[in-house]
Ligand binder design. Structure first.
Ligand code: ZN
Length: 1061
């Protein structure tokens, strides 16, 4: 059993630079050089070009417009930025950003835990209720929170008991047979299991067993009483029955053979199923009702019903936010919105021992640029002028709501390191009778969880103001891309797309500069200076030492150079129309982009449109190393390890220049994506892949991705630091990031969809009173070229009771953490080991809950914490994803691609990826705007007469049953019946009827919400293409290996029992 998880980095107890006195990097005082890599000498311009220089032939020259500066007029000076934060009002009551004056989070915080957790419990445990009631000593009146942790079994607060299949009328959900809230008489009620309105149901409080309870005790207190008939967990064969003792029997075929499939094979996995063969030959056993195991769709629906449409105020420490799938509005009152930061649990254990005991990872998923919906307040901007932001002298934390003002307001104590600091004279303010500054609500940095600071020159590279970033479009013009029509498609699109480059709110046009390169074995740079009559091409054929052959005119303002650029974009497809060149280079292309940005002294992004594995003689040349024979061997990991050397160095160069790389791949065969994707995934970039690209079939998909990618909100040349209060710290980081030391997270760029997952470890005891505070500070350059600091603060609770941790868990955040750590671990360990660790850790987490937080009950019962009850379905789905499943039927590049893109995903994205939405459409109400409620991702939910939409944020399917009503087929596809549907249909006709309109509007709204575009695949039941669809039915046995949800749950149950014995 692994105690260490996957962490491949050195244990955090090792001495780390930056911890003692925070000597280096981001944390240093502004007077010192801020970045190691910034301190170096500016790179001198390389030797004169050795390439040719020739004008691009142009049929019609244009008169040169007046020469104008490319930069000057568009640089917005820092001071000129309009301050969004309104002038301080006279009274706090008139708080400009809607802050209720009487809800200071910090006065609530100290007593918050009990109250808010009561609230949490109230909202969390009613669905499934307490566990079994077999603790005779449990007194209904003693508040459980006061019970010592291990001396008496604490009550089961908000836990899920997996009982036997209901014997009465079938509940659509798991029936909690032993719950006082849903005992036998209630268990049969079809909606009791998770009915959203139960939380406030008046009859709940009046339940005989509940009367007179304190809220804490009442909620979770098991009521003594006989277990209902049929208790005993999954159908448990008695001793001597067929199968292993204690192993729940399943219908024939559900065990054994399936579990030992390629996805699950391995000592740890196969062990408990060794008797499978015996099962296989036996008679079918009673089948466990699939409705009785915890349902993600139900959990999602319940949370939406309970918390959807509400305002979530962030004034309480340790408050668990609504699920990512729930539609809610955030009001920042002192903690960062969950859109920016989500945690695996909102109550950290007080000691490292407890953390180790429960094995629940302590993590935060930080999406610093998350999109803020229009109905929420955008981040306020704070400018402290020349002095810059106020920071703690010792730990360098930024001024925030966790600073405690003392001494009449003359000093403040840092909430992170406890250092007492002087308040600068200009910042002095009196305190009120509560000890709060009277200007509390006039200053975002004192009252909000998230805000931005103006960064002074001290925070700029070489102490020089930053420049607006540049976007360089680099188009592979080799034979494949010309022939497919891709080059023409890109060039046409850019003519209009460049009008939509990101710009500062309210700015008339973008200050982002643009540049163009085409390449195959050699590179062509273009001078598109507005003064030119026509663009000029400069060729660099020596790719070994890449340089940019022109200083002026390569990076230009699109508005100013529009005519020349459009001229160029018109010519490019024709210039290479007759090319025979099929070989390409790749690393020199990136190198050229970095050099161009260096020369221009700016950050930026490269958009590379590439078709094939770079085999031309040049640095970074790759060869085909795909080998399916390695699958399920010790060496499988090598398929995912990038080729080092050139690409590693390139990543470093890119990051130090603030050069992000987005890669659009159009391969027709293996391209070694693991290596080609290495630079993008270390520079905050994205990788898009369109295999066997055809303009007609895939053009729109690609263009939608490109548009989203070019237009999205983004920051450049970013460096992030996560500070914590004493007793714990950030030790491990996952994301499209680069790290030169153990604390500074460097991102050449970070956009609105990129998240960094952070793991925390204890280095001392945490105090229940002060909680666990974290501050994420991101220094970056805006699309306008301004240097800014974006601060996100979050406060969590700490508890010596593990039950608090389990109650405050967030399954969606947990699975994000597990996915990223497993995908990293597979670079160093065999997949089998990684999968074993995943299962072991899951079993440990759940066993620890069982042992320490739930009432004693029959070992045959699977008891899950309420907040984690659907964790197993996500984990099982994770193990069936392409990267982890180990199947020779999947392309190595696809697996590498999935692995790399998941690395930077936020919680919303991993949630959807691992539990897709399956939406029934055949019964939709066309008169309503509502999207039909999703159903469980299982074949059992499909109906022959049905039509279903399935999406996971990456793929989008429309599945049609063979018996789909002809009228519906006619209305949606304009063909008379299922049989008339063409096999390769990939889009829906635009028809003027309610069904067609509604379906297309559902699809459009889905596409609109997702970070990347999805190509619609229309799948007919029993067609060959159904396999692609079926791998997303994550509750079923995986077509490439991996267990069904039901089998997996039984297996985990077994593992839990092993841990407990
Ligand atoms: Zn401090």
């Amino acid at each position: 059993m692994s105690q260490q998880g996957y962490v491949a980095t050195p244990p955090y107890s090792q001495a780390q630079p930056g911890m003692g006195g925070y000597p280096a990097g981001f944390g240093s005082s502004p007077a010192q050089p801020l970045y190691g890599h910034y301190g170096g000498q500016p790179q001198s311009f390389p030797a004169p070009p050795t390439g040719l220089m020739k004008p691009v032939s142009s049929p019609s020259g244009m008169p040169p417009p007046e020469v104008s500066s490319q930069y000057g007029s568009n640089i917005q000076q820092n001071g000129a930025h309009p301050q969004r934060y309104p002038a301080p009002p006279a009274a706090a009551a008139a708080s400009p950003y809607g802050q209720p004056p009487n809800s200071p989070y910090h006065t609530i915080a100290p007593q918050a835990p009990a109250q808010q957790l009561t609230n949490q419990m109230g909202s969390m445990n009613l669905g499934y209720g307490p566990g079994p009631m077999q603790n005779p000593q449990a007194s209904p009146t003693s508040p459980p929170a006061q019970q010592p942790f291990q001396t008496a079994p604490p009550p089961t607060m908000g836990q899920t008991t997996l009982g036997p299949p209901p014997t009465g009328p079938h509940s659509p959900q798991m029936a909690p047979p032993q719950s006082p809230l849903a005992g036998p008489s209630m268990g049969g009620h079809p909606s009791m299991g998770g009915h959203p309105s139960m939380g406030g149901h008046p009859s709940m409080g009046g339940h005989p067993s509940m009367g007179g309870h304190p809220p804490m005790g009442g909620m979770g207190r098991p009521v003594p009483g006989p277990p209902p008939p049929g208790s005993g967990g999954f159908q448990q064969p008695g001793p001597g029955a067929a199968g292993q003792p204690g192993y729940p029997q399943q219908p024939q075929g559900q065990f054994g053979g399936q579990m030992a499939g390629p996805g699950m094979a391995g000592p740890g996995m196969a062990g408990p199923f060794q008797g499978g063969a015996a099962h296989m030959s036996g008679p079918p056993q009673k089948k466990l009702d699939p409705d009785s195991i915890p349902s993600t769709t139900q959990v999602t629906e319940d949370d939406q019903a309970k918390r959807g449409g509400q305002v979530y105020t962030t004034n309480l420490r340790g408050q668990v936010p609504p699920l990512v799938t729930t539609d809610f509005t955030v009001q920042d009152q002192g903690n960062a919105s969950p859109r920016f930061m989500r945690c695996t649990t909102y109550s950290f254990p007080c000691t490292a021992d407890l953390a180790k005991q429960c094995q629940v990872p302590l993590g935060a998923i930080i999406k610093p640029f998350a999109t803020v919906p229009k109905n929420e307040t955008p981040l306020y901007f704070v400018n402290h002028g020349e002095t810059g932001p106020i920071r703690c002298n010792r730990c360098k934390a930024y001024m925030c709501p966790y600073m405690q003002f003392i001494d009449g307001g003359r000093r403040y104590q840092c909430g992170f390191c406890n250092c007492v600091n002087e308040v600068p004279a200009f910042y002095f303010q009196h305190l009120d009778h509560m000890g709060r500054r009277v200007d509390l609500y006039e200053r975002p940095e004192l009252s909000l969880g998230s805000y931005e600071f103006e960064a002074t020159l001290d925070y700029c590279k070489n102490n020089k103001p930053a420049s607006p970033p540049a976007y360089i479009f680099m188009i592979d013009v080799s034979y494949a891309n010309i022939k497919s029509g891709l080059v023409r498609l890109i060039c046409e699109e850019l003519k209009t797309l460049l009008d939509n480059l990101p710009r500062e709110d309210g700015a008339e046009s973008s200050t982002v500069k643009v540049g163009f390169v085409t390449y195959n074995k050699i590179l062509h740079f273009y001078n598109v200076k507005s003064a030119l009559a026509q663009p000029q091409m400069m060729v660099v054929s020596d790719t070994a030492e890449m340089f940019v052959p022109l200083l002026d005119g390569f990076l230009v303002n699109f508005q100013e150079s529009r005519a020349v650029i459009n001229n160029l974009l018109d010519q490019i497809p024709d210039m290479f129309a007759d090319t025979n060149e099929s070989e390409t280079v790749f690393a020199p292309v990136i190198q050229a982009g970095v050099e161009a940005l260096k020369t221009a002294e700016c950050s930026g992004k490269l958009f590379i449109f590439h078709s094939s594995i770079p085999t031309a003689e040049a640095p970074g040349k790759l060869k085909n190393r795909d080998d399916k024979k390695l699958i399920n061997t010790e060496k499988e990991k090598t398929l995912f390890q990038p080729q080092k050397g050139v690409y590693e160095q390139l990543s470093k160069d890119c990051v130090s220049q603030g050069c992000s790389v987005d890669l659009f791949l159009f391969p027709s065969q293996y391209v070694d994506l693991a290596t080609m994707g290495d630079v993008p995934t270390h520079t905050g970039g994205s990788i898009f892949k369109y295999s066997n690209f055809q303009v007609e079939m895939d053009g729109e998909h690609f263009l939608s991705d490109l548009r989203k990618d070019v237009e999205k909100a983004i920051g450049f040349d970013a460096i992030m630091r996560v500070r914590t209060s004493t007793g714990f710290r950030a030790t491990n980081f996952f994301g499209a990031i680069h790290m030169n030391n153990t604390t500074d997270v460097e991102m050449a760029a970070v956009d609105c969809d990129k998240a960094v997952t952070v793991e925390f470890k204890h280095d001392d005891k945490l105090s229940e009173e002060t909680g666990a505070l974290m501050q994420c500070a991101l220094l970056y350059t805006t699309v306008n070229g301004q240097r800014r600091l974006r601060i996100h603060n979050l406060s969590l609770n700490c508890s010596a009771q593990l039950s608090e941790l389990y109650k405050s868990c967030e399954t969606d955040a947990l699975i994000n953490f597990f996915a990223k750590s497993a995908y990293r671990a597979m670079l160093n360990q065999p997949l089998k080991t990684v999968r074993e660790i995943l299962v072991n850790q899951t079993a440990h987490m759940l066993a620890c809950y069982r042992k320490n937080c739930s009432s004693p009950s029959a070992a045959s019962q699977l008891i899950l914490p309420d907040a984690m009850k659907v964790f197993p379905v996500y984990l099982n789905s994770l193990m069936k994803t392409g990267p982890l499943v180990g199947s020779a039927d999947l392309s190595t590049d696809d697996r590498a691609h999935q692995r790399l893109i998941a690395t930077a995903m936020g919680v919303e994205d991993t949630q959807l990826l691992l539990y897709p939405r399956l939406i029934p459409l055949h019964n939709m109400d066309v008169a309503s705007d509502v999207v039909p409620a999703p159903v469980r991702c299982s074949e059992e939910r499909l109906t022959d007469a049905g039509m279903f939409l399935l999406e996971n944020g990456r793929s989008l399917f429309l599945w049609l049953g063979q018996a789909c009503p002809p009228e519906l087929v006619q209305r949606v596809f304009n063909v008379p019946s299922f049989a008339h549907l063409p096999a390769d249909l990939s889009s829906l006709p635009v028809l003027d009827n309610p069904q067609s309109k509604k379906l297309r509007s559902i699809i459009d709204s889905l596409l609109d919400q997702r970070p990347s575009a999805m190509k619609l695949l229309i799948v007919k039941q029993k067609d060959r293409s159904e396999m692609l669809f079926r791998q997303h039915l994550v509750e079923d046995k995986g077509p490439y290996g991996g267990a069904s949800y039901m089998d997996f749950l039984c297996y985990v149950h077994c593992e839990i029992r092993q841990v407990l014995t």
